[in-house]
Design a protein around this ligand. Structure first.
Ligand code: M3P
Ligand code: FE
Length: 309
């Protein structure tokens, strides 16, 4: 029932051919559809649905929308009612309006982000197949990203983070796994991590000056893959924001870096911990906020929270 996972991220990019080369040869994705207007649809090798990333040629590098996949088509009708009862208007889009997807539900999150829910997307299958599969694709390229794991969205101030967090818990049955609490007696949530699966987060929200996307993350197996990914990035002159290290929050093993348009990406490894709905919420206090983000240094990185798309 309800939301299963992140479905796709839809972005505007500056140079579509440069982006194609970057996501195919360095990230290891495959182009599975190309529209006449130049829009590219790509998937990671370990994903089975047709695409998880949409890149639209544009003059501006902006975040368009993010989509999550629900389990059953009837979930769309049930969630439409719940979302509208919450006071948010929605639009049911016919099959095909979202490329290669069944009907979908479009609305704005309380944080202002455009959001899509869908139940069906054309099936392609993993690059390694589903009969006696190899553990990884021999022909895979670059960092061989497994799948898109999560996104972290920027919200306008802690009030917006708190509202969208409540929305995900009340309407989508997500579990709050971690939070950064600031202000008088830690009464404000400056950032939250929420899960609908058993991973530490399927989406996260952080307070900033404007609405946007801080990053989305590709999953890798483990620490050795993170090191190799950073090597591959250096070989291709990828602009690295934060070199390999550990998050206190989620325990993830991470690299932050940029795509050619300036969208921030992350490689996230390690399954963290078993996030079950009854797990106690982990709280990071204002004085240990940077320890939560970069566990080893615990030191503030100004551009990390101010630059985003
Ligand atoms: C993650 C993660 C920020 C923290 C980010 C944490 C932007 O990206 O995957 O746990 O404050
Ligand atoms: Fe992340």
């Amino acid at each position: 029932m309800g939301i299963m996972r992140i479905g796709h991220v839809d972005l505007n990019v500056l140079n579509i051919e440069e982006s194609r080369n970057y996501y195919v040869n360095i990230m290891g994705l495959t182009v599975t559809r190309e529209d006449a207007d130049g829009t590219l649809y790509l998937k990671c090798w370990d994903e089975w649905d047709k695409y998880s990333l949409i890149l639209r040629p544009s003059e501006e590098a902006t975040f368009n929308r993010i989509a999550y996949k629900v389990r059953n088509d009837s979930d769309l009708d049930e969630l439409k009612i719940k979302i509208e009862n919450y006071g948010i208007s929605t639009q049911l889009l016919e099959a095909g309006v979202v490329a290669d997807c069944g009907r979908s539900l479009s609305f704005k999150l309380p944080s202002g982000h455009d959001f899509i829910l869908y139940a069906h997307k054309e099936f392609i299958g993993k690059d390694t197949g589903d009969t006696n599969p190899a553990p990884w694709p021999f022909e895979g390229k670059g960092i061989k990203a497994h799948w898109i794991d999560h996104a972290l969205m920027m919200c306008q101030g802690p009030e917006s983070v708190m509202e969208v967090t409540k929305f995900f818990i009340d309407v989508f049955d997500f579990t709050l796994t971690e939070q950064v609490c600031v202000g008088p007696e830690g009464s404000l949530q400056a950032a939250t991590w929420l899960a609908c699966s058993s991973t530490p987060h399927d989406i996260a929200f952080v307070a900033g000056p404007e609405v946007g996307m801080h990053h989305f993350a590709f999953f890798l197996d483990g620490w050795n893959d993170i090191l190799r990914a950073a090597d591959v990035m250096a070989m291709h002159d990828v602009k690295i924001d934060v070199t390999p290290q550990r998050h206190g929050i989620t325990r993830g093993e991470t690299i932050y870096f940029f795509d050619p348009s300036g969208h921030r990406l992350e490689t996230f490894a390690g399954l963290g911990y078993l996030a079950q709905p009854d797990m106690p919420v982990i709280t990071w206090t204002e004085d240990e906020l940077w320890r939560g983000i970069f566990y080893h240094t615990g030191v503030e990185n100004g551009a990390f929270t101010t630059a985003y798309t």
